[in-house]
Design a protein around this ligand. Structure first.
Ligand SMILES: NC(=O)c1ccc[n+]([C@@H]2O[C@H](COP(=O)([O-])OP(=O)(O)OC[C@H]3O[C@@H](n4cnc5c(N)ncnc54)[C@H](OP(=O)(O)O)[C@@H]3O)[C@@H](O)[C@H]2O)c1
Length: 295
């Protein structure tokens, strides 16, 4: 039977942090979790947009348990400031959902000097996850969910082009950032399992879903492509975040080409599960950011 969030059991007592929760898939994920009584932290870079998203959820779920957290994933210092405040607040956390992302922005670098898609989609989440891991360790069902994409299949990590050293190619650079996300999710799970941690790391993708993702490149396409609704696009995330999936697994829609449908095991490119690449990417992120995981 097709899995939908209607079948989701109560999430009362569990705390989820969703990055990029003010719109698109992140918003739909937060909304469905709030309906099921989870405590949800809506994280994003704009306080105003987060407050508006919170109001939109409260309008439909008046009893929703919601907080907001302002964090710019394109800035390692912003992620560090956010996590320091989070830890100081002694806020428990069960599930971290690394959802925020950008696609096809104009060529540019983050404040730390990474190609912006690689910096926001991967580096920001690497640091966020590393610094929140001690909080997740205290949960009985700690889980990290990272959003990848069908585009990971065309992605490879070019260690000589993570800071826009080569002429910008939006497809290549987006694919690189999304394969980095999938490599990260799988490598993190390897390391968690090896350390005996009870936390699991999983990945998911939303097929092709109608969101604001193309806003900087081709906003007209948001209305013309045959997308799944954003709400259905979030089903994979919700499944990966709440259902008994294996660590290191990848969930996506079950339709033709994984473009749409209902949550099911998705295809992982061999490159993304290559442990040698996982180690290289991990070491790169560790050395570059100066942030390590305590496992
Ligand atoms: N839609 C699809 O078909 C599709 C397909 C494959 C994968 N994905 C993945 O799904 C995830 C969600 O994307 P979406 O489609 O829902 O796109 P979206 O509607 O554009 O939402 C992206 C979210 O990420 C936030 N964000 C962007 N840059 C950020 C930063 N520097 N710091 C913090 N938050 C930031 C945005 O906040 P602002 O509103 O403030 O910019 C927004 O909340 C992404 O990882 C994307 O790669 C989407």
């Amino acid at each position: 039977m097709n899995w939908t969030p209607d079948r989701l059991e109560t999430q009362a007592g569990k705390r989820f942090l969703v990055t990029g929760a003010n719109t698109g898939l992140g918003f739909e994920t937060a909304f469905e979790l709030a309906k099921k009584e989870a405590h949800v932290i809506l994280a994003g870079r704009s306080e105003q947009k987060l407050l508006e998203a919170k109001e939109r959820i409260l309008a439909q779920v008046p009893a929703a348990l919601l907080d907001i957290g302002v964090v710019d994933l394109g800035s390692v210092s912003s992620v560090k400031a956010f996590t320091a405040q989070f830890i100081q607040g002694n806020t428990p956390l069960d599930v971290l959902i690394n959802n925020a992302g950008i696609m096809f922005p104009p060529p540019g670098l983050t404040v730390d000097g990474y190609e912006s898609q690689f910096g926001v989609n991967f580096i920001g989440h690497y640091v966020l996850t590393a610094l929140l891991l001690p909080v997740l360790q205290s949960s009985d069902h700690g889980r990290v969910v990272t959003l990848s994409s069908l585009a990971h299949r065309n992605g490879e990590i070019d260690f000589d082009n993570l800071k826009l050293e080569k002429p910008f190619n939006k497809f290549r650079e987006y694919g690189q950032s999304k394969v980095a996300d999938l490599i990260f999710a799988i490598e993190l799970n390897r390391r968690l399992a090896a350390s005996g941690s009870q936390i699991v790391s999983v990945a998911c993708h939303p097929g092709v879903s109608k969101t604001e993702l193309l806003r900087t490149d081709a906003p007209e396409m948001i209305e013309t492509v045959a997308y799944m609704a954003a709400n259905q696009g979030a089903f994979s995330t919700l499944f990966a975040a709440t259902q008994p999936v294996d660590g290191g697994s990848y969930t996506g829609p079950d339709g033709t080409g994984e473009v749409n449908g209902y949550p099911a095991p998705a295809t992982i490119a061999a490159y993304a599960s290559d442990a040698k690449i996982g180690t290289l990417l991990w070491k790169y992120a560790e050395k570059e950011t100066g942030v390590s995981f305590t496992l």
